[in-house]
Design a protein around this ligand. Sequence first.
Ligand SMILES: [Zn+2]
Length: 84
Amino acid sequence: MNFSSGWREVKKTRKKHRCFGCRELIQEGSRAWYVAGKYEGDFFADYYCDDCKVFMDENPDYFEEEIYYGDIGDARKEIGEASV
Ligand SMILES: [Zn+2]
């Protein structure tokens, strides 16, 4: 999946959103990331929380394949546990 383009920073969300990366709720008024595009013919438009965006930037190897709902939260947990 190509994430190098299509990211848009949302400085203050106007509504609550569910982060596609970790399933956590993004509260209204918080910073979030919006990405939209086309993948294998399907249009997608998802919100990500700041933590997931930072994680993706730091660990690009994780995300060469398609990301499924909650994957980033799981990866963040895995790496977090491994480094303890
Ligand atoms: Zn998240």
